[in-house]
Design a protein around this ligand. Sequence first.
Ligand code: ZN
Length: 298
Amino acid sequence: MITIKKTPESVLVFLAGFACGVILAGAIVYGLIGPRRPASRAAPPSDRELIAPYYQPADLYKQVKSASVSAKMRIPVIMYHYVEYVKDRNDLIRKNLDVTPDRFEKELNALKAARFQTYFVKDIPDILNGSIQYEASRSAVLTFDDGYDDFYTVVFPLLKKYQVKATVYLIADFIGRPGFMNASQISQLVDSDLVEVGSHTLNHLYLKAVPPPIAEKEIVQSKKTLEQRFHITVKTFAYPYGAFNDAVEAMVKDASYSAAVSVMPGVLQAQSDRFHLYRIRPGRFSDKTIVSALEGMK
Ligand SMILES: [Zn+2]
């Protein structure tokens, strides 16, 4: 059996050891439950702590996101109607919207010579989000409203000759009527891969003025009709007369289109303007070549 001799030295060592233990335990308990000091004073602040009081990471993300949604890109969308020699000299509306075939061919020639790339309207959302490579100074989007037969007889052969893409907006219930393309002509456009078919409603109504259920039918049913008839997905829409308001724009969005074109003039497009993209009229090129006119537009 081991006995500890109770000499005065061993009592002192024992007491000193006990006191140290009590102080250490007290310090631990104080550290756990004692008053807290701000962490930033205890250690140099990390990046997160420097940002935290003012901007939560979620706020930063929101700011970046909203900046990119409204960021503008230069994407000129040209709006053609007729490409023909107008026979009736008194048809001023038609003359006003007209581009002669030889001027149109000169424009395509100039675009090709300047190495312009052409895109469909359905490409614009992907150009804006960066998933399609795009050179802003050498690009254009050609659009043709209404689906007149001159698109098939005059424009389409030139698109093939110059390998230029175009988007044509069809009025679904006008297909095959006198002056408009028929179904077999439209099928050839679809097969060429040079033409995007978009919707321009069923009956070319002024959507702002008609009752909402009628407007909705024009927007929704025209897409379905074109898709079923030509075995395609119709992704973009053109407002007849360029007429739209918030309610009409929401209907287009709800009908699962990915973009829509207006007749508001401009070349700077943004994700936030996807359902009322800006377009320019070819009439603005009359005194210049199309290339120098596009280069000069802001
Ligand atoms: Zn139209």
